[in-house]
Write a protein that binds this ligand. Structure first.
Ligand code: FHN
Length: 685
């Protein structure tokens, strides 16, 4: 089992030669280094579906690479299309030349998509391009050779879901996995040289599990220990948002699809995969190509958030990449020729801030900042968050001479832009412009992570008796210094060496130092203590997606708004709230209020009922009050506070049962699907 456990700075257990050894953070960072520096990859979806090109029986299909499934094409009929697959104009060198021209650093190629067709000469299956088509050639071999000559890393996409193999679903799935899937992966990882990335997909099938994914991750890493594997090897990702919900799930990076994370993520590497038009595979009718400017702005935005951009092309049945796709990659490459320094090898500013049409990146050593503006700023540009030094210099990438700048009273950099540059034709490039600021040492590591037993990355937490706090350093060699009273830590502050047990309120501030120098921003977490209750336990844990601030977040005096994404809310998918509160002693209670969120458009409903039980000994409870739920008009989106008013009652224990409606009602667009129950504040008076 591969566990991603943060133990003394160690991440990931890799089984090598049967012995489990921890992959330290340093080793993980070393393995990920080329990928993190690369920033820009080319996704290529190509297979027999290109023969159909999104058209079936003369009708435009809604699908491209999904056409077999979408148009219910029987396997035998689809095979006939595969037999016609003869891409005589395929030229791996031409594809790789385009990748180079586009500034691409790695290519991910669909070795086997959901249709089960192998794009290499597989000995495990005759359903492959060498045996099943008149083309006969091994596409992967030619692509691997061309990439090697061009210095571009090659990775393989491999679909766990397989519509063609008779055992790939149901009780024979284990046979498909062990006698087909894994042997095919063995072929890919032993027959085509060093493989940069294994990009799994199709993991959502019922037959697949996180446990199988973790085992497959180890299997792959044993064959090529330095390979990087995406998080679709297991089942840990949060749908199309793509990030792993739990750090213990398998996979080295998150995979947002057709979307870019709103903020960066210090918790996990990530790569946004997106189409250049609207289709992954080739689709004749799809001419909805994104503008070069939109694609370049995506790359800039993703890099500023610390991610990679995997941009897709779908070659046609001849093996040719559509001209419109080629033009876009060439335009991106032209931009990167001038401004690549602001993208390749950079890292996000640890405290990512999105300026108005400005994105920031920094050099690995933190000595250079790149401010990329997405529209020409006119005669001057004001940059926040830079805190320049007197010796700082400012350049526009693509021009040699330094620009004049001054710091204003707010410590912002105000750059004067020469009149010459007000004419677009005189600028070094189009679409976006990079201002390089040197001489300013920036923090180069993410802020230390402050955590409790129930939550990683705590910003605030409430405890009753005591709270154990751990602080993780951003890198192996770093030392964390911290304070408990809200003062900014320095190298004279205590060094974190073991968990801290709090018995009183505290404001913890922590910073990472390396060789006595601050290398990270300061991270802060507020801890407050409540004496109003002694303990709150939940019978059922909330969804990992919406854990709130832990169970005590229900009594921390802060109530969520109408946006269920707010951390205050605790969400239960299909489950109910069953909370028992120990007040610590007999107390007289006059009212209990429970706030629930209703947002029907997000499958969130008020509880069908709320019951309040009380007890003096914690063993025998009596029902004291009940609130019957009401249904609101469809589409209600609001915080609803549900008051349970009871006569004065002396008790020590309270038990609150808020029943989830269970499934979305028949009139709802998600009828029959699991309903969500969102709870936040329990107010005891
Ligand atoms: O179903 C596939 C789809 O065909 C395509 O390969 C994308 C690319 O990431 N992945 C799946 C959809 O999420």
């Amino acid at each position: 089992m591969v566990k991603r456990v943060l133990v003394l700075g160690m991440i990931g257990l890799v089984l090598a030669g049967g012995l489990a050894r921890a992959e330290t953070k340093k080793a993980f960072d070393a393995r990920m280094r080329w990928w993190r520096d690369a920033k820009f990859g080319m996704f290529i979806h190509w297979g027999p579906y290109a023969v159909l090109g999104g058209v079936y029986k003369g009708q435009n299909s809604a699908a491209a690479e999904w056409i077999m499934n979408e148009d219910n094409i029987p396997a035998a009929e689809y095979e006939e299309y595969a037999r016609q697959f003869n891409p005589v104009q395929f030229n791996a060198r031409a594809w790789v030349d385009l990748a180079k021209a586009g500034g691409v650093k790695y290519i991910i190629f669909t070795s086997k998509h959901h249709d089960g067709f192998a794009m290499w000469d597989s000995k495990v299956s005759g359903y492959d391009i060498a045996e099943f088509t008149p083309f006969k050639r091994d596409v992967l071999k030619e692509l691997a050779e061309a990439c090697k000559q061009a210095g571009i890393r090659l990775g393989f996409y491999y679909s766990i879901m397989d519509w063609h193999h008779p055992d790939a679903a149901g009780e024979r799935f284990a046979a498909y996995r062990d006698a087909y899937l894994k042997p095919q992966l063995q072929e890919l990882l032993t027959g085509y040289g060093k493989v940069g990335v294994l990009w799994f997909d199709g993991e959502w099938i019922d037959d697949w599990s996180e446990g199988q994914g973790a085992e497959l991750y180890s299997f792959v890493r044993r064959l090529q220990p330095e390979i990087i594997v995406n998080n679709r090897v297991g089942k840990g990702r949060n749908g199309m948002q793509g990030m792993s919900l739990d750090k213990s799930s398998a996979g080295d990076f998150g995979t947002p699809e057709q979307e870019i994370l709103a903020q960066g993520s210090a918790a996990m590497d990530w790569e946004a995969c997106m189409t250049t038009n609207d289709s992954w595979g080739y689709k004749k009718a799809d001419n909805n190509w994104k503008s070069p400017e939109a694609l370049i702005h995506n790359l800039i935005d993703i890099a500023a958030k610390g991610g990679n951009y995997l941009l897709n092309l779908g070659p046609d049945a001849e093996g040719l990449i559509p001209e419109a796709g080629q033009e876009r990659f060439r335009e991106i490459g032209k931009w990167l020729k001038v401004n690549g320094a602001a993208i390749y090898g950079t890292r996000p500013l640890p405290e990512y801030r999105e300026g108005e049409n400005i994105r920031y990146t920094r050099s690995l050593d933190g000595k250079t900042i790149y401010a990329t503006v997405l529209e020409w700023p006119g005669k001057s540009l004001r940059l926040k968050y830079i805190e320049p030094k007197k010796k700082s210099k400012v350049y526009l990438l693509g021009r040699k001479s330094a620009l004049t700048w001054k710091a204003n009273s707010r410590g912002e950099v105000v750059i004067t832009l020469p009149a010459l540059l007000q004419r677009a034709a005189n600028r070094p490039c189009r679409h976006a412009w990079v201002f390089k600021i040197t001489g300013r040492q920036l923090p180069v590591a993410a802020a230390p992570l402050i955590s409790t037993a129930s939550k990683t990355g705590v910003v605030r937490s409430l405890f009753t008796d005591s709270e154990q706090v751990t602080i993780s350093a951003p890198s192996d060699g770093a030392e964390v210094h911290y304070t408990l009273d809200g003062r900014t830590p320095s190298q004279n502050s205590p060094v974190y060496t073991a968990p801290i047990t709090l018995t009183e309120a505290a404001e913890i501030q922590a910073v990472a130092l390396e060789k006595g120098k601050v290398i990270s921003p300061v991270t802060t977490a507020q801890f407050s203590r409540t004496t109003r209750i002694k303990r709150l336990t939940l019978e059922k844990s909330p969804s990992v997606k919406y854990p709130g601030w832990g169970e005590l977040g229900l009594v921390d005096g802060r109530q969520g708004g109408t946006d269920y994404h707010e951390s205050d809310w605790i969400g239960f998918e299909g489950e109910s709230l069953d909370a028992t509160i120990d007040l610590g002693e007999q107390k007289s209670i006059s009212s209990i209020r429970l706030s629930c969120l209703e947002d029907q458009n997000s499958w969130i409903f008020l509880p069908s009922s709320i019951k309040l039980l009380t007890s003096t000994d914690g063993a025998t409870f009596v029902q004291t009050a009940e609130w019957k739920g009401e249904t609101s008009p469809a589409g209600t989106a609001a915080t609803r506070e549900t008051a349970l008013i009871i006569m004065p009652k002396s008790c020590r224990y309270l038990r609150i049962l808020a029943s989830n409606v269970g499934v979305c009602p028949s009139w709802h667009k998600g009828a029959g699907g699991k309903a969500w129950l969102f709870i936040d504040e329990i107010i005891i008076n």
